[in-house]
Design a protein around this ligand. Structure first.
Ligand code: 4AD
Ligand code: MG
Length: 441
């Protein structure tokens, strides 16, 4: 048996005869020579066969192979500077494993909805390949970052009895004789856990019934959420800038080829190092109400910024623009943020919270805060927000028994992958996107 080699490793076998198993992307034949480009998930390679080496039957089989047929080939590895990957295979044999008649994605342009209807096949193509390999690197970088800093992974439940991020985006499901909700965030489960393990995180899918169609919202997305006991807002902000910088550096180092496929301007990512600029909400509001910025939002058809309200997508774009790295906006008005955020002791109408805004108009990638640690205040907030106290009894226990200041944040994986890869619409940053309009495939 000839040794099977992955395409990315061909360079280690120069001059040897190896087998490659892959899928056909193009076929070209010129009289007594046929060229087949093969892809195997690790890379692409051009193969060449001559009538003299393989005979007319094999040459005819190559000529007849259609796009995305699977094939096993054997041949000699030859260096070729012009070939993709730097190597070419001079074939000895070519066998089709599964043919592929009428493959629905032609090399011509399709609309994105058509491609998403065929997402299960579109994954085989160059753009999705590059984006999802960056996603893989981002996820591995996060796990390494957390593990190296001794954060303990606490997998939080997906079926939950209570809302974390507001009741308007809950997915409800029957749970025997009760109602359950798909988790919007693992945070509520991490807060008690940080009092058991000191530093914890969860990393899993989260669900929000986002009723608007925007390029920044999925109904199912993945979030990494660290939580630290004995920590303040400043500690959460320091961790956020360190983590984001680590991830970007890792992708630049290990996924350069993928970023090249995506034509990402990597000079825009090289400056992403701590410290990130910090703006208070009030400083941000002063910037957004400058006449030139009011005019910009108006011209873009964006809703005007109203002081005291949450920031919109256009506001985030304007605020992020002057900076070559993410900007951290802290201390939003208490009313526009979640019930569990600690009020600023110096200004109780402001929450000790932070949103991290990516540059180049990619918007919010992180939301975090210091949490209320006083049991009475937390109980009052739960009531003010109209949340059922019975569903939060266990959550209040973290404050009843040895409460401490604690803080953490959540970072959306798709938002980060979108920014790093230069992909404007989040639906391309997750293997099988879920949005208000899409549950298929
Ligand atoms: O700001 P959010 O809502 O914060 C929380 O969920 C906190 N409980 C996290 C915590 O402190 N542990 O969401 C956090 C991040 C956002 O900054 C964004 O990156 C992402 O989650 N996100 C979404 N990503 C894709 N689609 C959506 N619908 C998203 N909603 C939030
Ligand atoms: Mg947020």
């Amino acid at each position: 048996m000839t040794q099977a080699v992955r395409i990315k490793d061909l360079g280690r076998h120069e001059g040897q005869v190896v087998a490659v198993r892959g899928w056909v992307t193009h076929v070209r034949s010129k009289g007594k020579i046929a060229f087949v480009v093969l892809r195997d998930g690790s890379g692409i390679v051009q193969t060449v066969a001559s009538l003299q080496d393989v005979g007319d039957e094999t040459l005819a089989r190559m000529d007849a192979a259609t796009q995305e047929s699977s094939a096993v080939v054997t041949g000699t590895v030859r260096a070729d500077r012009r070939a993709p990957g730097g190597y070419e295979l001079q074939l000895k044999s070519f066998e089709v494993t599964g043919d592929s008649p009428d493959y629905p994605i032609a090399p011509k342009e399709h609309g994105v909805e058509y491609l998403l209807d065929h997402r299960h096949l579109w994954l085989r193509h160059r753009g999705p390949w590059a984006i999802l390999r960056v996603r893989d690197e981002v996820e591995k970088a996060i796990r390494d970052f957390m593990y190296d800093r001794e954060f303990v992974l606490i997998d939080s439940p997906i079926l939950t009895p209570a809302a974390c991020e507001g009741t308007s985006t809950l997915f409800e499901t029957d749970y025997f004789d009760e109602k359950a909700y798909l988790s919007q965030s693992g945070q509520l489960y991490l807060e008690p856990a940080c009092m058991a393990f000191d530093k914890v995180y969860c990393f899993g899918p989260t669900f929000r019934a986002e009723k608007s169609k925007t390029r920044r919202h999925l109904t199912e997305f993945w979030m990494i959420e660290p939580e630290m006991a004995w920590a303040t807002l400043d500690d959460a902000m320091a961790l956020a800038e360190e983590m984001v910088s680590y991830i970007v550096a890792r992708v630049l180092d290990r996924r350069a080829e993928e970023l090249k496929v995506l034509e990402r301007d990597t000079s825009k990512l090289e400056s992403v190092v701590p410290p990130f600029p910090r703006l208070s909400y009030d400083e941000a509001a002063a910037i957004l109400t400058r006449p030139e910025n009011v005019k910009r939002a108006e011209e873009a058809g964006a809703p005007p910024f109203v002081p005291g309200s949450d920031l919109g997508a256009m506001d985030e774009t304007i605020l992020g623009e002057p900076f070559d790295r993410p900007v951290m906006i802290h201390r939003y008005p208490v009313e526009v943020k979640a019930f569990y955020m600690q009020p600023d002791p110096e200004r109780p109408d402001r929450a000790l919270c932070v949103d991290v805004i990516a540059p180049e108009g990619y918007g919010e990638i992180i939301g975090g805060s210091q949490r209320i640690h006083d049991p009475e205040l937390l109980q009052a907030r739960i009531a003010e927000h109209g949340l059922p106290e019975s569903a939060f009894r266990w959550y209040l226990d973290a404050r009843r028994y040895g409460t401490v200041p604690h803080a953490g944040f959540g970072m959306g994986i798709e938002r980060v992958v979108g920014w790093i890869t230069g992909t404007r619409h989040l639906r391309e940053t997750i293997p099988y996107p879920r949005t208000i309009q899409r549950l298929y495939p």
